[in-house]
Ligand binder design. Structure first.
Ligand code: HEM
Length: 403
């Protein structure tokens, strides 16, 4: 791997792919060996800095004044063509303070540990219902469409007060938005459809309030004039999309990881209380959302590496979560280590708003599936499983199982 300071050399291209579901992207180990900051070339030929060291990653993510998240700025580094479409979307993931602060504040009270803990019985009911259907249908299933995707989809739709009958629409559009195979036009069209739907739903709810997060936000912020209904539909869109595929991938790959690690599986069967350690370690090991993008707002440095104003910066979450100085034996799946310092949910002001929800869904989904189907196993050889990495989101296309 070439040093970022070596002039006249070709930098490795980003993104890289993952050969093994539990490994970091190929090329990260070499980049890390170069030091915490290296240079890569993006798909469009643009150079960018990539941060692979844990301390440097947290440093970039916490210095939001030096490193902007504003997506519709031409300096923002797109890591895939579909990011160009995403640049036009105005939600707080792609904003800096003070706009970011104002919008995020409307939601923080709804995603606290306590508020999410109150959702446990509902999530358990969703998971139990899906497992009932799977078991009633025979002795094989594809866990991606039948389990991993509907759990977060049904949970977030319920939480927000989206009518149950519209779940299928949301799942479909959300997949079109983030899926690797779909085209840029397809992704933009899906965004437009969901945005239209949400705008209409907000209007309907303003006339006839129900009980969900959207209804609370309408009453507390829209009707008081603090939030424009258009901004609320962008916020709702962000919640639906951000909470869907990320958690679905974490559940599907989480099931696979437990299946492939008999020691963890046996430990979990003997002591279900181990689940929180299992989930935290899965989040670190899988690092589902990789390559968090920023651009430098001024001339600055990262771990001593000078970075010029306007330079693109990618935080390699999967590499940072394997920094040996922080996580000894980083490739091992060890639920007993204290993995909670991982940056799988990011760090700083943009740290994942839905992290308590994601953890709860993963805990309930994994505990329940292994308790209800103790003989669960893969229905195909593991090397036949197809991985996908659209826009830095690591997942598995299908997960055929039998029991
Ligand atoms: C395992 C599942 C999940 C993973 C790995 C994940 C990961 C992340 C990461 C890395 C970020 C920070 C992005 C950045 O700094 O640029 C983020 C932000 C965010 N996530 Fe998640 N997420 C997950 C589940 C969820 C769920 C279930 C929800 C929703 C309800 C959600 C909602 C959000 C929102 C709204 C933001 C933007 C926060 C902000 O900009 O202030 N996420 N997520």
């Amino acid at each position: 791997m070439l040093s970022p300071n070596t002039s006249g050399t070709t930098e490795p291209t980003y993104p890289t792919t993952r050969g093994c579901p539990f490994a970091e992207p190929s090329g990260y180990a070499d980049l890390r060996a170069d030091g915490p900051v290296s240079k890569v070339t993006l798909y469009n030929g643009r150079p960018a800095w990539i941060v692979t060291g844990y301390d440097a990653a947290r440093d970039v993510l916490v210095r939001h004044e030096d490193f902007s998240s504003v997506r519709d700025d031409p300096r923002f580094p797109a890591t895939a063509p579909r990011f160009e479409a995403a640049k036009k979307i105005r939600n707080f993931l792609g904003m800096d303070p003070p706009e970011h602060t104002a919008q995020r504040r409307t939601l923080t009270g709804s995603f606290t540990v306590e508020r999410i803990a109150a959702q446990r019985p509902r999530i358990q009911k969703i998971v139990d219902g899906l497992l009932d259907t799977i078991l009633a249908d025979g002795d094989t299933a594809d866990l991606v469409p039948q389990f991993a995707l509907p759990v977060p989809s049904m949970t977030i739709c319920h939480l927000m007060g989206v009518p149950y009958g519209d779940h299928a629409f949301f799942e479909h559009q959300s997949r079109r938005i983030v899926q690797g195979e779909s085209s840029l036009e397809d992704s933009a069209d899906a965004f437009a459809k969901v945005r239209d739907y949400l705008a209409k739903l907000i209007e309907t709810k303003r006339r006839a309030p129900g009980d969900g997060l959207l209804d609370e936000l309408i009453a507390d912020y829209v009707e008081t004039g603090e939030l424009d209904p258009k901004d609320l539909s962008e916020i709702a869109l962000l919640l639906l999309v951000a909470g869907h595929e990320t958690t679905a991938n974490a559940i599907a790959l989480g099931v696979l990881a437990v299946l492939e690690h008999p020691d963890v599986r046996a430990g979990l069967a003997a002591d279900p209380g181990m689940i929180s350690g299992v989930v935290e370690e899965l989040l670190r090991l899988l690092s589902i959302a990789d390559g968090l993008s920023r651009f430098a707002t001024r001339d600055t440095e990262i771990a001593g590496q000078p970075v010029a104003a306007g330079d693109g910066v990618l935080v390699a979450v999967a590499a940072s979560n394997r920094d040996r100085a922080v996580f000894g034996d980083p490739d091992a799946f060890d639920p007993h280590r204290s993995a909670r310092r991982h940056v799988a949910f990011g760090y700083g002001i943009h740290q994942c708003l839905g992290q308590n929800l994601a953890r709860t869904e993963m805990e309930i989904a994994l505990t329940s599936i292994f308790a209800r189907i103790p003989t669960l196993r893969l229905a195909v050889p593991r090397d036949e499983l197809r991985l996908k990495h659209p826009a830095g989101l690591h997942g598995v296309v299908a997960l055929p199982v039998t029991w």
